[in-house]
Design a protein around this ligand. Structure first.
Ligand code: NAD
Length: 344
């Protein structure tokens, strides 16, 4: 089957080609660097399927163009599917599938990495030592042991993140409308209402999908309920946090540390080398200027294990569609994300 694969880098091509060969699938993968959006949708001419990533625009306008060209299947190389207009896809008879599960350890471990960067100021220490500055002034950290960690969303990633933090000796507060036995089985963990989590957590980590209900769930009101000096970690989706409210929270000292792998307007920035350009996003530049903010560019998923899982599932999704088999990873509208009961 001919597949237009958007937003690809060398590593995507390497892993997808390997998975295509390993599965003896023979899909004709046509790679594009370009991000999918209405004006690049014509690149998929003569393709029955397209393959996209987190910042591709699979909105109504794009889908209409794709449908006119004969595209009948959209396969996401991601877990999240907030960038797809599922209603329009269904109306146009376009099926959508995603990678329901891939190494959740990749993201959970990255969230922990952001915490350690911030609480021990490792990013500052690294630069200082490279400059032969061996002073410890300004690097004073705090022990994680005994701290209370709030886990918002205790699905696959959140529950593994919670297990790791339990290893540090942290108390765990969870919030999830669909409780996960894996979270409850961790010692020193309990489910609470979101407001109680906000009020009591020293560190809050977000592991919920971006839905209309979770858009800006961390706004000025939520930040106002948090402990002064709280550490906020987001490895899920940028728009869970109202960026302007977070900036105000940092300025007032309510947020003591911010670690983000995702950013609300990241589609204009991430996955490209912009080191020779003038960044026009003032909010992003402001965040970068704060000494207690660490930003990584949506790399939490980026481990060899995760890329192998993503590519294998993507090829399988394409083959299921080609052969008319039911696809277990199909995303239907509307979808309720169920709580997970295993940590595979
Ligand atoms: P999951 O479906 O296993 O878990 C999500 C959990 O969120 C579920 O338990 C669900 O019940 C819960 N939830 C839904 N609405 C909620 C709400 N309003 N409040 C609290 N909890 C709510 O998903 P996962 O595999 O753990 O992934 C979580 C998110 O991580 C994804 O949706 C994606 O956005 C993000 N992600 C980021 C990266 C990255 O590279 N940064 C990679 C993969 C996934």
């Amino acid at each position: 089957m001919k597949v237009a694969v958007f937003s690809t880098k060398a590593y995507d091509r390497e892993f997808l080609n390997a998975a295509n060969i390993a599965a003896h699938s023979n899909h004709e993968l046509i790679y594009f660097d370009a991000r999918l959006e209405p004006k690049t949708a014509p690149l998929a001419a003569e393709c029955s399927a397209i393959c996209v990533f987190v910042n591709d625009d699979v909105g109504a306008e794009t889908l209409i163009t794709l449908a006119k060209q004969g595209v009948r299947f959209v396969v996401l190389r991601s877990t999240g599917f907030n960038n797809v207009d599922l209603k329009m896809a269904a109306e146009l008879g376009i099926k959508v599938a995603r990678v329901t599960t891939y190494s959740p350890f990749s993201v959970a471990e990255h969230a922990v990495g952001l915490i350690l960067m911030l609480n021990r100021k490792l990013y500052r220490a690294y630069n200082r030592v490279r400059d032969d500055n061996f002073s410890l002034e300004g690097l004073l950290g705090f022990d994680l042991h005994g701290r209370t960690v709030g886990v918002v969303g205790t699905g696959k990633i959140g529950s593994i993140f919670a297990q790791i933090m339990h290893g540090f000796g942290c108390q765990l507060l969870g919030y999830d409308p669909y409780p996960n036995p894996n979270f409850e089985a961790i010692g020193a963990s309990r489910y609470v209402q979101l407001s109680e989590l906000f009020e009591n957590a020293d560190i809050i980590s977000l592991h919920v999908p971006l839905f209309p209900e979770t858009y800006h769930m961390i706004d000025a009101n939520a930040i106002g309920q948090m402990k002064p000096g709280v550490m906020l970690i987001n490895t899920s989706r940028g728009a869970l946090i109202d960026t302007k409210a977070a900036i105000e929270g940092i300025k007032s000292g309510r947020i003591g540390y911010l670690g983000i792998d995702v950013y609300e307007q990241e589609d204009e920035l991430f996955f490209q080398d912009l080191s020779n350009t003038i960044i026009q996003d003032d909010n992003f530049q402001l965040l970068q200027s704060f000494p207690n903010v660490v930003i990584t560019a949506h790399q939490a998923f980026f481990t060899r294990n995760a890329l192998e899982d993503i590519s294998r599932t993507t090829i399988k999704n394409l083959t299921d569609f080609e052969q008319g088999r039911p696809c277990s990873n199909e995303v239907k509208q509307p979808e309720k994300i169920p709580a997970t009961t295993s940590v595979e």
